[in-house]
Design a binder for this molecule. Sequence first.
Ligand code: AOF
Ligand code: ZN
Length: 380
Amino acid sequence: SPLSAHPVTSPEEDERFMAEALKVGQSGLGRTWPNPSVGAVVVQHLDGRPHIVGAAATAPTGRPHAEPIALAQAGEAARGSTLYVTLEPCSHHGRTPPCAGAVIAAGVRRVVAAIEDPDHRVKGRGVARLRAAGIWVTVGVGAEQALADHAGHIRRVTEGRPHVLLKMAVSADGKAALAGPRPAVVTGPEARARAHLMRAHADAILVGLGTVTADDPMLTCRLEGHEDRSPVRLVLDSGLDIPLESALVRTACDVPVWVIAAEDAPAERAAALMEKGVEVLRAPRGGVEDRLYLPAVLKLLGLLGITRLMVEGGPATAAAFLEAGLVDEVAVFHSPVLLGPDAYHALAGRPLGRLFAPVGFAEVERAELGADRLVRLWRR
Ligand code: AOF
Ligand code: ZN
């Protein structure tokens, strides 16, 4: 009977294998843009017990998608299996043939998907196609984590802009630790490792010109084992004043640097930067004090395929994103170190608590990392 051929799985088993799929999917964060990093796990019952016979994330640059890779690993064992996938399998002919078709062709018996894909080309059609082929489909297992992991993809396909994570390191006296070696690295090695993992999981990392001139940061991921995971490095520089001898410009051929300038910034400067391998993008002004208009900047990044943006400073840039209501997630590393009166205030003079509270940020994580504490908040 169908029941003996396909043992009924328990809710606990579904949770366990979806957790596995989510973990696999998370490993690809930051390297699959413009696509989401999906995790897929193929489970086959052998001797009445479930075994993972295939597991994959979306490939770097976004294709192949996760499902065909995991199904190919499983080979013949995919027949009659259960597929756990963190996003609804696609139904459209895009850069790759639709995954729903591959799932059907492989003879998968049941599909457990964490969430529906809000991409207008999919939006329930993947699930409908699987069901029409007689596959049992469950949607919603692990949905909360999947919504967080796919926040970049969801924000981009529904609003045209990336998910924005604001990262700050704050000293005990409320001062900002800049991204590079000066004026002082306030957080310890555990906090720095976590911050570098955040960089690895970002598609792009953004700073204002002030941080470049004050700090000359590299903005690369220097976490052991993740050195190849550096995000695109972005600088908000309305007048194209970034020094040609800055660390960013000097390394533009190794890790991409995109400088976002106003439409009226001098063309000769743009040419000089492009000669060094820097990509020069143009955005309209219209922000506070006629600075770059941040909603337009984010729209531009969305068009270019960026789904996960990490904003790393400095104080004025952090304040501008918060005041524009464009921050979705905040990671504050609190250090016990005192930086003293000469250091920059973390939010250019604005109190931390007053900026977060009214917009309705909810704490999602609090962790002790060596002598430092990480507090992560998510916009409700
Ligand atoms: C899946 N599995 O692993 C991913 C999916 O341009 P394409 O053809 O690569 O399609 C991109 C869209 O496919 C993307 O916007 C999202 O809706 C979906 N991503 N789907 O079934 C995957 N990465
Ligand atoms: Zn697909």
